[in-house]
Design a protein around this ligand. Structure first.
Ligand code: HBI
Length: 96
């Protein structure tokens, strides 16, 4: 059973993910990515998809041309869990 993060765990996790913002509905974190064009955005999405499959943890996301909006929340837990935090760090690493 995966649990949501406590208030203290949330604060600590978010401090290490300054690019991500808290969203209320669903309870999670979100980040907007903007690329040079659609192909660059879709290539990024492909890489995230591979990370998600490897983690068995999948984003809620949308793409408009060169923009990708990602929300991470854990459906099984009903909110923000460590899986979301871990995937956010892995996604951030794609940009390095
Ligand atoms: N992705 N975001 C998210 N939340 C989940 O609860 C989840 C998932 N991907 C796969 C997954 N759960 C499976 O392990 C089953 O629990 C459905």
């Amino acid at each position: 059973m995966i649990a949501t993060l406590t208030q203290e765990q949330r604060a600590a996790a978010l401090a290490e993910l300054p690019e991500w913002t808290v969203v209320a509905e669903p309870d999670g974190i979100s980040r907007r990515f903007v690329f040079s064009d659609f192909v660059a955005a879709f290539g990024f999405m492909t890489r995230v998809a591979i990370l998600a499959e490897k983690a068995d943890h999948h984003p809620e996301w949308s793409n408009v041309y060169n923009r990708v909006d990602i929300v991470l929340t854990t459906h099984d837990a009903g909110g923000l869990s460590q899986r979301d935090v871990d995937l956010a760090h892995a996604i951030n690493s794609l940009l390095e």
